[in-house]
Ligand binder design. Structure first.
Ligand SMILES: Cc1ncc(COP(=O)(O)O)c(C=O)c1O
Length: 387
């Protein structure tokens, strides 16, 4: 039978009506514990850290959106990343994108290296550089594409071929594209990670993370870490996420359409020095973005993040003081537009020389374009850019 479409799966998987009452919107199961008919005999749940019906519904739903069998949820994106690295053994080596989210960098360098794991930060745009960083103890490659905030891509298919040749596993942080805009497992990745705080939640009202895979032994390990570590997602947040994914496709398409219009408008302004958006022809990896980032209809999609450099720190601060519809805040992927200064906000914990070497300047602003009317966003940006 032909697999159901993205939107149908988003609405139906994990959302079967409640069998005991017929409620079309499934109830939230807050119970921490479950009745056993006799010792060890129960209906699939015994204690909510180990498993919960509402969590199960969300995990099935999100796995189906990545076209996968297993979804494992966590209390935050960072808890999901940490759980993934907890599958490593002392002495194992990981190659990480040099331009990953600042919190991922902090967890690797300031926490996990103290536990005997080795990390190397590499420019994952270059297959050659990844190849040169492989060691005999390399177990994982962990990359974001596109990256935050410089919107650099890596070629998932090419890296996964390299991983296969070297018996290494590939994890892709797919937060920026969401399952609607990119499906790394189909391109050969072993696991996909999302900060579900972003597009999957979509309303800036919860913090959550997921790992998604087709590999049953990896899934088993991750469920074991989930229940052993206990960084579980609450039933309420699972229910909110089940509600959110019903509109994920509609939202991400509109985010992306708005972002394309804004990127083009910024490109035409003399007060925006460098405009970075994978949908623009002048983005150095535009062809790769068009090939790898596809919506369920197979059309290229470029996401909602646009970065640009102001002419000076003074003009940056003037822009921030004048902009009205974009709120100065960390995070992204919510329906409302946000703006941030990655250098001092999301990437505060990345050393200055590393930021400089990546080209991450203090003048750089990152927009998370929301789903407001694009005309209003454009008028607002235009007035804030006036010097
Ligand atoms: C790309 C990316 N990965 C991971 C994370 C961490 O997720 P969370 O904030 O849900 O812990 C973030 C947070 O901003 C992110 O942007």
């Amino acid at each position: 039978m032909k697999k159901k479409g993205f939107q149908t799966r988003a609405i139906h998987i994990g959302n079967d009506p409640d069998i005991s009452t017929g409620a079309v919107t499934p109830p939230i199961h807050f119970s921490s514990t479950f009745k056993q008919d006799s010792v060890g005999v129960h209906q699939g749940f015994d204690y909510s850290r180990a498993g919960n019906p509402t969590r199960k519904r969300f995990e099935n739903n999100i796995a189906s959106l990545e076209g996968a069998r297993f979804g494992v949820s966590f209390a935050s994106g960072m808890a999901a990343i940490t759980a993934l690295f907890q599958t490593l053994n002392n002495g194992d080596h990981v190659i990480i994108g040099r331009n990953v989210y600042g919190g991922t960098y902090r967890m690797a360098v300031e926490v996990l290296t103290n536990h005997g794991f080795e990390f190397d930060f590499v420019d994952t745009r270059s297959i050659q550089k990844i190849k040169s960083a492989i060691k005999t103890n390399t177990k994982w490659i962990f990359a974001e594409t596109p990256t935050n905030p410089l919107l650099e891509l890596c070629d998932i298919q090419a890296i996964s071929d390299l991983c296969l040749d070297n018996n290494i596993k590939l994890a892709i942080d797919n937060t920026f594209m969401s399952p609607y805009g990119q499906n790394p497992l189909k391109l050969g990745a072993d696991v996909v990670m999302h900060s579900a705080t972003k597009f999957i939640g979509g309303h800036s009202d919860l913090v959550a993370g997921v790992l998604i895979t087709n590999n049953s032994s990896l899934a088993e390990q991750l469920y074991f870490i989930q229940k052993s570590g206990g960084a579980i997602l609450s039933p309420f947040d699972c229910w909110m996420l089940l509600r959110s994914t019903k509109t994920l496709g509609l939202r991400v398409q509109k985010h992306s359409d708005n972002a394309m219009e804004i990127a083009k408008m910024l490109q035409d302004s003399s007060n925006a020095k460098v405009v970075v958006y994978p949908g623009l022809d002048n983005h150095s990896q535009h062809a790769l973005a068009s090939k790898q980032q596809k919506n369920p209809k197979g059309e290229s999609i470029y996401g909602s993040m646009v970065s640009f450099e102001c002419n000076s720190l003074q003009s940056r601060d003037k822009f921030l003081s004048k902009i009205k519809l974009f709120t100065l805040a960390e995070s992204l992927g919510g329906v409302e537009s946000l703006i941030c200064v990655p250098y001092d906000m999301t990437h505060a914990s990345v050393p200055q020389d590393l930021k400089n070497s990546m080209g991450l300047s203090q003048e750089l602003l990152r927009l998370s374009v929301g789903i407001e009317d694009s005309e209003d966003l454009i008028v607002d940006i235009a007035q804030a850019l006036e010097e």
